[in-house]
Design a protein around this ligand. Structure first.
Ligand code: PEP
Ligand code: MG
Length: 579
């Protein structure tokens, strides 16, 4: 049994069979060869070995011609390893005697070698990379056309991968992918957000561990604690089964809150809206008792499609959500592409700092036809219900004005053609940069509402990449700097009488609910899965008590102190509700 600690990003516990995807995206199921097919499969293995050897020789000759003998020697070493008699005998025996599928035999055997090398505390440890190279070469040749994509998964699995991009995650089939764990990834990455949206338990930032697994092994993934257990023993499996059952009972209990309002014990009504990435999530939010959609991340329309979405594609998606909401508000955020939500066709040159580069509203203002197409569809959907539009990552007032100008222009166009839309559609902006917070008194005069995107606000305030596991411990919603920016934003919005929402992951975590209410927040936008729990906390506290908690937290000068204090408050609340 091997227990690994990573970063918990999407709650839930799952026990299943591992499907391993390395950085090249191979999937290696633990398959067995029929006895009658052993010879054919051995032949396939032999061909793959020969083909891989040919590739290595080709590379060796090319490097020798270009750089000389001394550099090409490494490839001779690869060849020697590939042809090593013991290795070849082991592979053959795995197929012939254990009936392992050749891919599985290659992956298992070579990873065992690589791991043995890695564990040596000397220069030989480096050789593990060579073994992985050989494994990749063999798998490439074995799988050939059979290399399947994640989308083709057709049986229940827990995906273990080096990394998953947000768009790969968006394309996962949640019917079969019961959870995933990655070596890379940080707490605020969009991969994490999508996993939560799809309600797939997930752990990221585990560091290198794929060498320890082959496909088909049992694995426990604990998305609540950020733990992955490889080859768990029976006792551990039994313990986790109980946990899954308990979670089911708690969820059923919380379900009963669905039709009750999120009202504090001193009678303040809190709006809890849902965050969605896909239209299908709207129903999920409704079934959990939401007051509307507070954040629709429309860029996933691009990330799940192979071609540029047309106006009709946009319109179909938006109308589905608006109709599902039956008059409840729907805040549609314009495209927030860029940074980790990349479209390669759109960014031909690598950006050195994509988070600080051409992303979000900046990109939309550069790609006006694309932006206008989206705005037309949003406006058309505004004729069907309570639609509001919101611009992401606004950092200067000129950007806001430009975006509004494009919107006004598109409205004029629609009016000229007699196309229905709501001319009074509310327009809002996201507050995601310290600059936006500092200038909020100016912005607030030009918007109908604001939504604080704490995921990015934390990233830009603390200069911490939200997707980078190496700095994950610095990515902290409890940082006093973040609290002060939140307070300022809510004060400015409150004074101006402009509604303010928090739609970053922070508002979906009950650890922060009391703090946020105490800071003056009356609208929270959270993933569907978090609605019942957040509602329960809202219904168990008074705003007066929350204010005291917020005031106390604001006197603290370290994130650690704030976190410990908030956890304490949460614990107290839980014990009171049990008593
Ligand atoms: C945020 O930054 O808090 C936010 C809600 O937007 P996203 O996570 O999509 O960047
Ligand atoms: Mg953001």
């Amino acid at each position: 049994m091997l227990k690994l600690q990573g970063i918990a990003v999407s709650p839930g516990v799952t026990i299943g069979e591992a499907l391993v995807l390395d950085s090249e995206g191979f999937r290696i199921p633990r398959r067995f060869v029929e006895r009658s097919a052993v010879d054919t499969e051995l032949e396939r293995l032999k061909t793959a070995v020969a083909e891989t050897a040919r590739e290595i020789e080709h590379n060796r000759d090319a490097i020798r011609a270009e750089l000389g003998e001394q550099y090409s020697a490494i490839f001779d070493a690869h060849l020697a390893m590939l042809h090593d008699e013991r290795l070849q005998a082991e592979l053959t025996s795995a197929v012939r005697d254990k009936n392992w599928w050749p891919e599985y035999a290659v992956s298992r055997t070579l990873r065992r070698y690589a791991k043995a090398f890695q564990n040596l505390d000397n220069h030989i440890a480096q050789r593990a990379h060579d073994i992985y190279d050989i494994e990749k070469g063999l798998l490439r040749n074995l799988l050939g056309q059979r290399r399947e994509t994640l989308a083709a998964i057709s049986q229940p699995v827990v995906v273990l991968a080096h990394n998953l991009t947000p768009s790969e995650t968006a394309n996962l089939d949640r019917q079969f992918v019961k959870g995933f764990a990655t070596e890379l990834g940080g707490p605020g990455s969009h991969t994490a957000i999508v996993a939560e949206g799809l309600e797939i338990p997930a752990v990221v930032g585990l560091g290198p561990f794929l060498a320890d697994v082959s496909g088909g092994e049992p694995v426990i993934l604990d998305g609540n604690q950020g733990i992955v257990i490889l080859q768990p023993d029976e006792e551990t499996i039994a313990r986790y089964r109980v946990e899954v059952e308990t979670a089911r009972t708690v969820a059923a209990k919380l379900d009963q809150l669905r039709d009750l309002p999120a009202e504090t014990t001193d009678g303040v009504r809190i709006q809890i809206t849902g965050n969605i990435e896909f239209p299908s999530e709207a129903e999920l939010c409704l079934s959990r008792g939401c007051d509307g959609i507070g954040l629709y991340r429309t860029e996933f329309l691009y990330l799940t499609s192979k071609r540029e979405p047309t106006e009709e594609d946009h319109f179909a998606a938006y109308s589905e959500v608006v109709k599902a909401m039956h008059g409840k508000p729907v805040v549609i955020r314009t495209l927030d592409l860029g940074a980790d939500k990349m479209l390669t066709e759109r960014t031909p040159e690598e950006e050195r700092n994509p988070c600080l580069g051409l992303r979000s509203i900046r990109l939309s203002l550069r790609q006006l036809p694309m932006f206008r197409t989206q705005l037309r569809a949003i406006l058309r959907s505004s004729a069907l219900g309570d639609v509001r539009v919101m611009f992401p990552l606004v950092s200067t007032i000129l950007e806001l004005r430009q975006a509004r100008m494009v919107l006004a222009d598109v409205m004029e166009d629609l009016a000229e053609h007699g196309i229905a839309f709501n001319a009074k559609m509310p327009v809002g902006m996201m507050v995601e940069t310290p600059a936006a917070v500092m200038m909020l008194d100016a912005f607030i005069k030009e918007v109908d509402f604001v939504s604080i995107g704490t995921n990015d606000l934390i990233q830009y305030t603390l200069a911490v990449d939200r997707s980078n596991k190496e700095v994950a411990d610095l990515y902290n919603a409890c940082d006093p700097a973040v609290l002060r920016l939140l307070r300022r934003s809510l004060d400015v919005a409150g004074e101006a009488g402009v509604p303010a929402n928090v739609c970053g992951q922070m508002s979906g975590s009950v650890t922060y609910t009391q703090l946020l209410l105490g800071l003056g927040l009356r609208q929270l936008s959270v993933p569907a899965s978090a609605i019942p729990e957040v509602k329960q906390v809202c219904r168990s506290v008074s705003v007066a008590e929350c204010r005291v908690i917020a005031e106390r937290a604001l006197t603290m000068d370290s994130a650690r102190e704030v976190k410990a204090f908030l956890r304490d408050q949460m614990r107290r609340l839980l014990s009171e509700s049990v008593a």
